[in-house]
Each structure stands twice: as C-alpha cells, then as structure tokens.
Design a protein around this ligand. Sequence first.
Ligand SMILES: [Fe+2]
Ligand SMILES: [Fe+2]
Length: 165
Amino acid sequence: MEKAVLDALNDQIRLELSSGYVYLSMSAQFESESLEGFSRWMRLQAQEELAHAMRLFDYVNRRGGRVTLEGIDAPATEFGRPLKAFQTALDHERKVTASIHSLFQLAGEHRDLATQREMDWFVTEQVEEEENAQRAVDLLSRAGDNDAALLMLDREFGRRITEGD
Ligand SMILES: [Fe+2]
Ligand SMILES: [Fe+2]
C-alpha cells in the first residue's frame, strides 16, 4: 500500500476511536442525569465506532500495512441538553463523512481500488450515521422544553438493541 493511503487509513482509525470517546463521554453525562435511554444509545454508538476502527485495523493488516496508533484528545465532559449533544454528534458525523470521502478520493488518485472498495462500505455507513443523528435532532427539536416529551424520547432511544442499529 502506498504511504499516503496508509497514513490516511491510520488517521481514520484514530478518528473512529476518538468518535467513540466523544460518544462514551456523552453516555457518561446522560447516565449522570438518569437519562438512561440516551445513555444506552450513546454507549452502543461508542461501541459501533470501535467496530469501525477495528474494521480498518483489520483491513490495513490484511493489506500488509502497519497500523500505528497515536494519541486521542480528551473529549468534552459537558454537552448541554440532549438536543445540543445530538447536534454536536451530527456535526461530528459530518466531519467523519468528509474524511471518508477524501480517503476514497485519495485511494482513487493512487489507483488503490481495494481501498476504494473498503471505503465504499464506510460511505454507505455514513449515510446511516448522519440519518440517525439528524432524526434525533429533529425529534428533540420538536420536544423542545417539554420534559414529558423528552422522557418519552429517552425511553424510545433506550430501545436501541445493538451497536449495528
Ligand atoms: Fe464511525
Ligand atoms: Fe451505524
């Protein structure tokens, strides 16, 4: 694999792990507020991010590349009300999408078709990630300052079953 592509893949591994760290921190905040549904949803999302990182980890290894891990910045500890937290999550996912798209493009420039194929999965996955975050933002906007509606959504989000959802 070419170095530029390998470096970008290693950067992407770090971005996925740092995404997981942000969502786990959101989960901790919700847990402390007894919003157990949102906490559970974010905890599963953090696990999904770890799975994304591992998918790339395995891919780099299968291609004979060397995974190199670097530091992950500390996440924020306070994200505000659930609407604000999910807005932050949506903004974050948009950044991840941009990063995936540029990796796909870079792989194309280096005629690395295998990496493009691998990134193809992530391109599709990002559509889902943005859709999920957008839906949460829409529903929480609608709930506004109504605590009963917020608690209902907390319950709904708590029904998320697996990290793949
Ligand atoms: Fe991800
Ligand atoms: Fe997903």
